[in-house]
Ligand binder design. Sequence first.
Ligand code: DX5
Ligand code: ZN
Length: 221
Amino acid sequence: MKKFLIAPSILSANFACLGEDVQNVIKSGGDMIHFDVMDNYYVPNLTIGPKVLESLRNYNITVPIDVHLMAKSTDRLILDFIRSGADYITIHPESTEHLDHTINLIKDNDCQVGVAFNPATPLCYLDYIIDKIDLILLMSVNPGFSGQNFIKNSLKKIRKVRKLLERKNINIPLQVDGGIKVKNILDIARSGADIFVIGSAIFNSSNYAQTIMNFRKELIK
Ligand code: DX5
Ligand code: ZN
């Protein structure tokens, strides 16, 4: 059976006790942690930086941490996030002047690189970079906030990317981020996603383990 991964997004976690909350969501079945970085410039919200990532690593968080960088002047932040313990850094083409250079910067420093596509960002960037990246992230909401509704058109885009990966025989994960709920995860999986970034549906629930189990039950249908 295909391996699906659930990546809880800590944007919806309790920041007053972040380490504990993150440990709790991992014990409850989260496979990796999605760490949303927002600069109030590229996106209209402000979150956390490398220091918080380093603190989480020191809090014995050992699962992969995937840093979703939604910040302009992206290159200036990359080395700090790698030093602080990022396993993946996912960047948006619009947040760097030189996408290929930024990809090289991440790879040359032994970190895995993802490239993110907003709902209206064309996939044509992939023509030139698909052979050198480790993950594709399709945004199914406009980036900035958790708790938004899944944009239905995203299913078409997921199918398109899945077909492209199959045609080129490239085996990298396809991650989807935004508005994922128990009621739509199966459609998203059937369209071709491998990694599901889930924020509010997990962290706003009273029992993380039960909620993650409910997601997984859908995936085996
Ligand atoms: C949105 C972030 C997401 C967000 C997802 O810009 O990139 O990772 O936390 O949250 P939900 O699952 O609530 O849409
Ligand atoms: Zn995200």
